[in-house]
Design a protein around this ligand. Structure first.
Ligand SMILES: [Zn+2]
Length: 145
């Protein structure tokens, strides 16, 4: 179904191999034949490029553009969600109060007893299983005899 590429042109300089493969997959999903290659094997910086046929270049550029806008939006949305996660604070009196993320780092009063509450203990919030932490933990387990 796909036409072989006869006149290859690089449509995208990828930041990484993963990036290049994702772009190539997006192009193929859009019906555009594409492949990944390194630009210059002798070059010091490893920068894979995504190649398409010259006749597909305009369409391919649009797919790459859409892909990158979506990737940027996904990152922005993810960041916004993380930053707006509400913060539950448990008071010594047992009352749990939910504060908005905008109040992170402020001191608020417990609505039940009026005690001062620190919103968003930085240590607790940052230690909740980031992927890096989980990988590190797994590695430690493997290393343990
Ligand atoms: Zn309280």
């Amino acid at each position: 179904m796909h036409m072989p590429i006869q006149d290859p042109v690089a449509v995208h300089d990828a930041a990484s191999d993963d990036d290049a493969v994702l772009i190539r997959n997006a192009l193929i999903a859009a019906g555009i034949e594409a492949y990944v290659s390194e630009s210059e094997p002798q070059a010091e910086s490893h920068q894979p490029q995504v190649w398409v046929d010259r006749s597909d270049l305009a369409r391919a550029a649009q797919v790459v553009y859409d892909y990158e806008s979506q990737a940027w939006e996904r990152r922005a949305n993810q960041q916004a969600t993380e930053n707006l996660e509400p913060i539950d604070v448990v008071c010594d009196c047992g009352q749990t109060t939910r504060f908005s993320a905008l109040q992170r780092g402020t001191v608020e009063e417990c609505p039940a007893c009026g005690a001062f509450l620190d919103v968003g203990e930085p240590d607790e919030l940052e230690d909740w299983g980031t992927p890096e932490d989980e990988e590190a933990a797994e590695k430690e387990e493997e290393d343990t005899p």
